[in-house]
Design a protein around this ligand. Structure first.
Ligand SMILES: Cc1cc2nc3c(=O)[nH]c(=O)nc-3n(C[C@H](O)[C@H](O)[C@H](O)COP(=O)(O)O)c2cc1C
Length: 498
């Protein structure tokens, strides 16, 4: 069934200020900017939904909000939006869901695929990235949804591949407990081969005829089964139910940070999201990723690394500080504790407010707290109140506060010290954040030559009913004419070539 590796047959046109400092079609180039969100009342910064100045949080469940946001991001020339998702909720803190429910945090949560389809309808170039898990849903169903999004968006679908960690999700999908960490990645690895076969192997490039004269929509000789068999997916015959979309396989994102997670990312991802506090600390993770990518037989620069960054802007330093103070005053530390209880499995409420935190050595909670201790050596005693104060705003990513010039300086430091390719820009109050980024920060980045001033032009088919933009993959790689997986990518070997 594996058809062998073919040479790239598409013309590769490096764009966006690409330099020739790297081999292959993956030069280091201008910044990639992604907007990061989730369809919940309160995303990365708990509590800010209460701020009177922000109104996006109040409209997160309306069509209009996402339509306006998509248009705003495309006006700012963002490469894409990435919408996080999970089926789990945070019920470890105090042994219940109350803090999350009260804080609108991770619950309620709506389906990003439907929202992405709406955003596709009002944009042309914005990549539409969303999380879907490999843990609970059969690959056949997931593959069809992404192909549908890729068709209707003309090649702008991107998938953030996750494995599901939360026990609450496991229970709601009929399991007693969450599947063990490395086993989840083992399943995910097999899952990927199934979807590559569905997307790349089942339908030949020439299968779709749409020929009314001969009465042939699809040439039956050019569609074939996949006959996949592996330990976790023993019998998936195919063929795929959907015809190939512009990218075939959506652009692939991932955000693992463990050994198994980064190995998986190095093999499958085309972009990874990281959340690190400083460029120096991030550089270690970036180096680990690039080394593993090279070991996987790929150009280390073919993987784009995007750290999370939260920015508070102002036209003056004072204004930026005021902005930060305003939103910080709404931060809800109790909900942040609930979040980190969910993800570490440690109920931080077992310690009193002024008691020192002592999670069991070797537990995820211990590793997490140790990380904070390294970042903030000036704090000598980590009580629950101290911990709560520290985690309220930052949620483990980096924070930059200042004028556009100061924030651009900080971003430049990330590029030179961290060796990153762009940013996953998160928000404190949805459109309040993204409007400032579009109106204040992006012009500064553009004037420094760090960010593109427009999307690349794409040849328009004569029969196109609406303009066609760059695909998610082309935007990410900065190479027009590269809509499909690169020949060096693991998934490319499944392509039907004859
Ligand atoms: C920026 C960012 C976004 C993430 N988005 C999601 C998400 O949408 N859904 C999810 O279940 N996990 C998400 N994660 C968690 C990661 O997929 C991953 O599970 C986590 O970083 C732990 O790494 P590990 O799985 O390698 O242990 C995200 C992580 C980061 C850094």
């Amino acid at each position: 069934m594996v058809a062998g590796v073919a040479p790239s047959s598409v013309p590769l046109i490096p764009t966006n200020g690409a330099s020739s400092s790297s081999k292959g079609p993956f030069p280091k180039r201008k910044l990639i900017l992604n907007a990061f969100d989730c369809i919940v009342p309160s995303h990365n910064v708990p509590g800010t939904w209460r701020g009177e100045k922000g109104e996006g949080h109040k409209r997160f469940d309306t069509l209009d909000y996402w339509i306006e946001t998509a248009k705003l991001l495309e006006k700012g020339k963002f490469h894409g939006i990435f919408i996080a998702d999970s089926y789990g909720f945070l019920d470890i803190y105090q042994g219940n869901l109350d803090a999350s429910l009260r804080g609108g945090f991770q619950i309620p949560k709506l389906d990003p695929m439907l929202i992405a389809a709406v955003m596709a309808s009002v944009t042309t170039n914005l990549a539409l990235g969303l999380t879907q898990s490999t843990t609970y849903e059969p690959p056949f169903a997931l593959a069809r949804r992404f192909t549908t999004l890729d068709h209707i968006s003309n090649g702008r679908a991107a998938w953030n591949i996750v494995t599901s960690v939360l026990p609450s999700a496991a229970r709601n999908f009929g399991l007693k407990e969450a599947i063990e960490h490395d086993k989840r990645y083992e399943i995910a690895d097999e899952y990927m081969d199934v979807v590559y076969k569905l997307w790349e192997s089942s339908w030949h490039d020439d299968a779709v005829k749409r020929d009314a004269i001969s009465g042939t929509w699809t040439d039956p000789t050019l569609v074939r089964p996949i006959n996949h068999s592996s330990p976790h997916f023993p019998d998936i015959p195919g063929p795929f139910i959907s015809h190939p979309s512009r990218q075939r396989t959506p652009a692939l994102y991932q955000a693992g940070s463990s050994g198994a997670g980064t190995t998986f990312g190095a093999k499958h991802a085309e972009a990874v999201f990281i959340a690190q506090p400083t460029p120096k600390v991030a550089a270690l993770k970036v180096a680990e990723y690039r080394k593993k990518v090279e070991e996987a037989g790929r150009d280390p620069r073919s993987l784009k690394v995007l750290p999370q960054l939260l920015v508070f802007l102002g036209k003056t330093e004072e204004e930026a500080e005021e902005n930060y103070k305003y939103w910080h005053s709404y931060g809800d530390g109790e909900v942040a504790l609930a979040f980190y209880a969910g993800f570490t499995g440690v109920d931080w409420a077992q310690w009193g407010p002024d008691e020192e935190l002592t999670p069991e050595v070797g537990s995820a909670g211990h590793a997490f707290l140790e990380n904070w201790k390294r970042m903030k050596p000036e704090i000598k005693v980590w009580t629950r109140e101290v911990f709560k104060r520290e985690i309220t705003i930052s949620r483990a990513g980096a924070v930059a506060i200042g004028t556009p010039a100061k924030v651009a300086d900080i971003m430049e430091e990330w590029i030179t010290v961290g060796d990153i390719d762009g940013f996953n820009l998160t928000h404190f109050a949805r459109n309040e954040s993204f409007e400032d980024i579009v109106n204040l920060l992006i012009p500064e980045l553009q004037s420094r030559g760090l960010f593109h001033t427009d999307y690349d032009a794409v040849p328009q088919p004569t029969d196109a009913s609406r303009p066609i933009g760059v695909t998610a993959r082309e935007g990410l790689l900065g190479v027009v004419g590269h809509p499909h997986l690169d020949p060096s990518h693991h998934g490319h070997q499944f392509k039907w070539i004859s």
